[in-house]
Design a protein around this ligand. Sequence first.
Ligand SMILES: Cc1ncc(COP(=O)(O)O)c(C=O)c1O
Length: 374
Amino acid sequence: MRTRRSTPLGFQPPAIGEEEVEAVAETLRSGWLTTGPRAALLEDRMAEYLEARHVLAVSSGTAAMHLALLALDVGPGDEVITSPITWPATGNVIEHTGATPVFCDVRDDDLNLDPALVPGLVTERTKAILPVHLAGQPCDLDPIHALGLPVVDDAAHALESRYRDRKLGGLSDATCFSLYATKNVAAGEGGLVATSRDDVAEAVRAMRLTRRGDGSRYDQTTWGFKANLSDVLAAIALVQLDKLDLHAQIRARQFALYDEGTAGLDGIEPLARDPRDTHALHLYVVRIDAERAGATRDDYQRALAEERIATSIHFLPVHRLTWFRERYPSQPALPVAERAGEQVLSLPLSPAHSDDDIADAIDALGRVHARFAP
Ligand SMILES: Cc1ncc(COP(=O)(O)O)c(C=O)c1O
């Protein structure tokens, strides 16, 4: 067994090479600093990749979800059913439209929205459902679509995912992706709305950037946002898209190493991955059962930090975060999500890491487990 690392291991550093550096330099030399030909090319290539009729590039995954909800006319007085096991942005965008988020408990195995619980939350005010594909595992979309309500997906983790045999891009009314610094295509910031609905595409296109006229005349006909994607970031995303398969292969190897390395650690188990689906392998999340593993998730996270292994938490339940708790004091308990929020720990994963780096993380976890486990 190895010893403690001499250098810290980052959680999810971006894998940026000279190709991305060159693409940015070329863009700057071209004179296109804002939305231009590279953003348009990214939309075309992503539409093909995501099997969607339209892809609209925007400034973030958050903006993608916000504009998609507005495109579906979600607004004050409406309710949107969503998962609490997500980044707060998913709840925030519902608030930004003036609607109310209704948090639904998740399934214990993959921590995605439990489709069996959704119908019980539907009221005459329910305007949409916003499922999350956590860590890259698609949630069970068929029973959600069967309810007949508009569906906007938070697919920030799910660029490569397939639900059964279909890419996520055209399955729901709108599917929203993120190009944030840690994502599988990392531009630093950015987002995509994929949709096969012409009306949704047109509405997002109109809202993301108040149209420029001929310089002397302009008009605004709908909500006006500044949510367009710059060509500088689109240039990075295009190179990252070229590297998608290579990076996915590296992460697949890292997943296999983790599966093997955690198999013998009692009380430490990865989230379930459904073999009928394609997982985007975006995050390697384990659950730590304090009784069997001998210590809490927080103890493990601290001990791993002492071993110089950075970890993260995906996610703390959104309805328990201060702002949401104070705003909705009578929010019912969501026992599965709340237990998971205390147990989940994400291990380092990145195409920038070597297999040796991952072996270091596994060895450190083994040492910590040996120290804590009863
Ligand atoms: C599940 C999830 N939803 C939404 C977002 C928001 O995306 P962005 O940071 O691009 O706004 C993120 C992360 O960044 C995320 O992890």
